[in-house]
Design a protein around this ligand. Structure first.
Ligand SMILES: NC(=O)c1ccc[n+]([C@@H]2O[C@H](COP(=O)([O-])OP(=O)(O)OC[C@H]3O[C@@H](n4cnc5c(N)ncnc54)[C@H](O)[C@@H]3O)[C@@H](O)[C@H]2O)c1
Ligand SMILES: [Zn+2]
Length: 381
């Protein structure tokens, strides 16, 4: 028996943030990305709260790729204030921190389970609707995806007014994260018709609106569409989980601090070719693994096609390379790391082991071996 569940109420469209003035709560704690406060975007949240007479405190001790130390500091701060509602406003980092903090604080004090409202300011992670929280263990240099249904936010508010300020490079990285979520969820061994429908729609929107939203910050229509695509992909992978691309990207983030979406974008064409077992020497065959046809469906959702599976997969992988190049995302680690190739290769075996153990890798359609993953990391240089 399978179950498809949407545990989060989603508010979207114009003035979606007005939802905050309707909350039935007295004390509210806001985990805000520092940028949200520095840029005064926070006013879009504090105005409806003031209108409703809700007391609140704003907390900004948040870093990109939240660490175990920041989770501990967040627990102390939130339990001191003891709110009946938490709002997490920011990208995946702010939302993941708040999700982990609420869960662990509840393990310390079982009476503490404030309502959690996630307000994304990037169109990327879909964390506003997922039970995942990715925390970096600074001691072991690894990124650990925690998964637990009680980390899922109770509400998500998607208001594009918060994403207009996202710089082009972050739009590119986070937008490619959306595509990676949708594709990995679509071909995951745990996929189902519900997750598939959400993933297909997300891919279709990315094809139409990612480059538009990258090239013009003020294109509100494109920004709103990408904000929704991000959430759709989040719903898809919350049900179907992800794959090897994320398993490998987590290690690049923990080891070299490469932004999450960028690491995914760099890996995406390589992992598509690997999963489909398509190389430049491949010839058209009669029999394919069923997931190769699913990759072909993705290609069609992006308006790509080919005479057969091999040419279609080539088109799909090359489309990912083209998107990365158009949006100034480097495709080789040699272009962004300040270490030598030998130093990089020395770190590969450990990263490859960790990628195989990463929870996301378990649902990859092709079962990778350690030497496969080592080879894929080498190709990234
Ligand atoms: N929980 C999940 O389901 C899930 C899924 C994928 C990724 N993640 C995790 O989420 C994190 C990445 O999140 P992200 O890609 O949203 O990036 P992020 O939250 O780390 O933010 C990236 C940068 O963008 C800035 N920023 C955020 N909103 C902005 C805005 N509106 N205007 C201008 N700048 C803004 C931030 O200050 C930061 O410098 C990683 O740790 C990743 O592992 C979680
Ligand atoms: Zn991701």
């Amino acid at each position: 028996m399978k179950k498809f569940e949407v545990m989060t109420d989603i508010y979207f469209g114009e003035n979606a943030l007005d939802r905050l003035s309707e909350l039935d709560c007295k004390r509210l704690f806001i985990f805000a990305d520092p940028f949200v406060v520095q840029s005064n975007l926070i006013r879009y949240l504090t105005r409806p709260l003031d209108r409703a007479g809700i007391d609140f405190e704003v907390y900004t001790d948040i870093v990109a790729d939240p660490t175990t130390e920041k989770v501990i500091a967040g627990i102390a701060a939130v339990m001191k204030y003891y709110p009946d509602c938490i709002v997490a406003v920011g990208g995946g980092s702010a939302m993941d921190l708040a999700k982990a903090v609420r869960k662990i604080a509840n393990q310390i004090d079982s009476g503490f389970m404030p309502r959690l409202i996630a307000v994304p300011t990037t169109s990327g992670t879909g964390s506003e609707v997922t039970s995942f929280s990715v925390i970096t263990d600074t001691e072991t240099h690894s990124k650990i995806p925690l998964v637990s249904p009680d980390m899922t936010p109770d509400e998500a508010i998607l208001d594009e007014v918060l994403v207009k300020s996202v710089p082009a490079s972050v739009t590119a990285d986070t937008g490619m994260d959306v595509l990676t979520h949708a594709i990995e969820a679509y071909v995951s061994t745990n996929n189902n018709e519900f997750s598939g429908a959400l993933a297909e729609k997300s891919v279709e929107i990315c094809g139409q609106f990612l480059f538009r939203s990258y090239s013009d910050n003020n294109d509100s229509h494109a920004r709103r569409k990408m904000h929704i695509a991000s959430c759709l992909a989040g719903l898809a992978f919350n049900s179907a989980s992800l794959g090897l691309n994320h398993g490998m990207a987590h290690q690049l983030g923990a080891e070299f601090h490469i932004p999450h979406g960028r690491a995914n974008a760099m890996l995406l064409p390589i992992v598509i070719e690997y999963n489909c077992n398509v190389t430049k020497y491949s010839r058209s065959r009669k029999d394919y693994e069923p997931y190769v046809r699913k990759y072909c469906n993705i290609a069609r959702s992006l308006g790509l096609g080919g005479m057969n599976e091999v040419t279609t997969i080539h088109s799909l992988a090359n489309y990912m390379r083209f998107m990365a190049e158009e949006m100034n995302i480097p495709l080789h680690l040699r272009d962004i790391l300040s270490i030598s190739q030998e130093e990089y290769e020395a770190r590969i075996p450990e990263m490859a082991e960790a990628a195989l153990k990463d929870g996301c890798t378990a649902t990859n359609p092709r079962v990778p071996t350690l030497s496969d993953v080592i080879e894929l990391y080498k190709r990234l240089w």
